[in-house]
Design a protein around this ligand. Structure first.
Ligand code: DAH
Length: 343
């Protein structure tokens, strides 16, 4: 047994003293120690000479030695391999490295982030809701009862398992969910994806993104709405952009308006984008209809509020002068990689 221990120690010392600087020396090392006729195999053969009562201990010792040798060999091979590549004449280590292909944000995300940050500066916080909605939140509570003609304005995807379920047609549904919590005053924006059963073209898609805004408190007026939207437009499109409000109709607001900005492409001169009018519509807005407040359990005698809703694709198309809405969902990398700058 003592002899075995001494022999192992001897081998270990020899191993540690061996110089292995290339693949040939490494292979010689492997054959000498780990080959079929190598030293590890042969010392293992010594087991048969060990007395029965010491076999267990000797077995452990030999096993440890085998593992030691294998690990030692592994370490040697790694150092030979790295030496080989760094010293190789075929690689010029002074060459610059391979450039990393950097990803870029989707233009819709860039504009989404910008819109959110503008309203956050005004004290609005972000609220989200489900894309699968029920009839109450998407229509009824927003003053669009069944058979109301305004429901025709939105062709809806219903979910076949339950006639009460649908893919939300606008993010106004999130207004209802937030108002129902009755934590007033309420100042939120609700960005998210919406769905409409429309034929896909350069100007329409069956899914797109909206941002809804809502402010409910005591004494909120139409002047507050205008001031908020003026600020938004200047921050989003610059100081020189002109704004106008046109009276409109939405069942969930009274009075209602649509907001136009002067065309960014022709600066109001008239071009194909603004259909020669000099103006482009960017959002709908108005004072929250008292029945909508009542539907959510908010006292419409005490509280008033304004709401607005805009399509993110629209704002993105104007910002980057993109003429075809389909580009946003086709995921063509040649299109997407042009948008490298945060706004
Ligand atoms: N929900 C409207 C739509 O999808 C957009 C909208 C218009 C939202 C007026 C509003 C609003 O909050 O006041 O077309």
């Amino acid at each position: 047994m003592n002899q075995l221990v001494a022999q192992i120690e001897q081998y270990k010392k020899e191993m540690e003293a061996t110089q292995v600087s290339n693949k040939e020396a490494l292979e010689a090392f492997r054959i000498k120690y780990l080959g079929t006729k190598g030293l590890v195999k042969s010392i293992m053969g010594e087991m048969k000479n060990v007395p029965a009562d010491q076999k267990k201990e000797a077995g452990q010792l030999l096993n440890e030695f085998k593992i030691f040798t294998e690990t030692f060999f592994e370490t040697l091979s790694q150092s030979v391999e790295t030496d080989d590549t760094t010293n190789s004449d075929t690689i010029d280590t002074s060459l610059p490295g391979q450039p990393f292909a950097l990803g870029s944000r989707h233009p819709i995300s860039i504009v989404h982030n910008k819109i959110v940050s503008i309203f956050q500066r005004l004290g609005f916080s972000v609220a989200e809701g489900p894309e699968i909605e029920d009839d109450w939140h998407n229509f009824t509570a927003l003053n669009l009862p069944e058979n109301h003609p305004a429901r025709d304005m939105q062709d809806t995807f219903y979910i076949s398992q339950n006639p009460d379920w649908l893919l939300r047609t606008h993010t106004s549904s999130v207004q209802i969910r937030e108002m129902a919590k009755k934590e007033l005053p309420l100042r939120i924006i609700c960005p998210g994806r919406v769905y409409r059963n429309e034929t896909i073209s350069a100007r329409a898609h069956c899914f797109f993104n909206q941002v809804e805004g809502l402010y409910i408190a005591e004494n909120v007026s139409f002047a507050d709405l205008k001031q908020t939207l003026y600020f938004f437009v200047k921050e989003m499109f610059g100081e020189n952009v002109k704004v106008r409000f046109r009276p409109s109709y939405f069942p969930f607001t009274e009075p209602s308006a649509e907001m136009d900005i002067s065309c960014l492409i022709c600066s109001g001169e008239g071009c194909s984008v603004c259909k020669r009018t000099g103006w482009v519509e960017i959002l709908g807005c108005g004072m929250v209809h008292p029945s909508v407040l009542d539907n959510c359990g908010i006292d419409s005698k005490k509280y008033t509020g304004f709401a607005f809703g805009m399509g993110i694709e629209r704002i993105t198309m104007l910002t980057y002068q993109v003429k075809d809405l389909r580009l946003f969902s086709e995921n063509d990398v040649r299109f997407l990689q042009q948008f490298t700058q945060a706004l």
